[in-house]
Ligand binder design. Sequence first.
Ligand code: F6R
Length: 628
Amino acid sequence: MCGVIGYCGHRPAVPLVLEGLKRLEYRGYDSAGLAFLQVNKLEVIRSAGKLCNLEEKVAKTANTFAPVSIGHTRWATHGLPVEKNSHPHKSNNNALAIVHNGIIENFQELKDELLKKGYVFYSDTDTEVLANLIADELDCLLQAKFSKNYAELQTEIEHTPQLSAQYLPYVEEAFCNAIKKAYGAYAVVLLSPLIPRHILAARLSAPLLLGIGIEEHFIASDVPAFLPYTRDVVFLDDNEFVTMSAGSYEVKNIYSGEKIAKTVHHIPWDLQGAAKDGYKHFMLKEIMEQPRVLQECLVGRVQDDLVCLPELDTLPVPDSIRIIACGTSYNAGLWSQYYLEQFAEIPVTVEIASEFRYRKPILNKNELIVVISQSGETADTLGALRLCREKGYPVLGICNVLGSSVAREASASVYTQAGPEISVASTKAMLSQMVVLLLLALYYGQRKKLACPVKEILHELRALPDILERALPAMRERAKELALQYAFAKSFFYLGRGTGYSLALEGALKLKELSYIHAEGYATGEIKHGPIALIEPDFPTFALAFDDDNFSKVRSGILEIKSRQGRVISVLQEGTSLENDDIWYIPKTNLPEFLALPAMQLFSYEMADYLGKDVDQPRNLAKSVTVE
Ligand code: F6R
């Protein structure tokens, strides 16, 4: 959801920023733009639609060799996705330009104040309000110190850039003053001709990280933006701002102005991890790398047939667990309920974060809160985490992105170790969350000394990477065949029972977000309580029928649909059978969900690709939902 990037260094900044924006495309966007200084004057280039439109415009602009630039991919929140609303936004007096990810909740009040002072707004955005608010604060400070405002100082500034050092403290102060007045969740990056060698950036509840290179610094929403140049990263925390130039950076608290010593983290990913690797789409690559993900999820977590989660050893064994998440991560949480209750004998509630945080939830005594988030930045999940922490409950964060807000704010966190997930639709992240949650169930079973089959399940888990690796090519072919056969459908049911139920929800989510075909996931037993009324020949069903205690019941459900002329794709494990037209066999294991999930992902992928949809960046979606 919106990507920001800024660069100060020795390379031409504009092409570098453009390239960085391309690596942030996966976050989802509908317009883009960048700003740089041309003979100490602000140049802003913006364009609606894809980055190629922006590239075309930049190519027509002379002399884009500036060493400092900021850029943005916008996912519309205030105003339509048109050029005038794209970032960067300049202040009326051209003293600065900013890019911004997030929302300023009190923008209307701030705008009203500025309108009274004579400011003019050319866009519908909250960002333009913030740009003018900073400029207004700056003018007050300049007036007090130099008896001139920015407009009066402009010629002097243009001809004597060497004076910029004297203006830096005033720009910093104006930036912080304005930010203190703006409520919401955001990351902001600023460029100004007053300080041509510097960039300022601040964070409040939206991801922002600093890349540390040699004689160059980067600021961005996510690591891939600058991954070709450095893997050394500083994660900014809420209420911090950074002043950076090519040769230095300094992080301070927005409120106290105190300097903050930050730790530099080394990111273990490489560029290849964030590249398509010869696949047509990131999504396909991420589906196909799941055997490796299964393997890597186990690294460091299993020893001598025992589960090791040292992150949890200092927390007591809970009497109950409440899992909170959104979207696909919620589906992973729902899936784990079966195993946590079965293996750890702990009652589990699973909650949608946006619902949980606005109820007056009554938490149990000695309850463990588990929040699941691939990005670790989802606003509702973070909100729920904070609410539970404020109430004094321990929170376990399960997330993928190193150093993310969830990881840092939880009482303990377990990383899923899936590597960067670039495609907007989550695939391998869910699989890795399922592994971690299964390990969690075994871990508590172990700690409670229950007769839970730790050894047997670990044996199954260790065998899965090979089984999946061998199965994937045929699964992809079958997914292609079925996608072609069912591309006529306008609606789909997804059905599952037991551990298949949450997967049915996930299958339906993947199909609708990628191919825009309406799909609903149901518990198989629920279908006859109403939904079956919709069944007719062109309303197909995708059913999961695992070889477990539920098999005969799921089979009856499928036959009921068939006897109403509904067409059914049934995912079955080898060794079972069913009277059905379209059977999709997956190999036999005791953990069939780890094969059924990739099968459903491939079906949605092939369907979307066949229908010509934008697989990696489905319309209206963002990778990391940092606003409520
Ligand atoms: C669906 C999808 C979303 C995310 C959801 C939560 O493919 O990707 O439903 O799962 O936005 O995101 P995280 O896990 O980053 O909190």
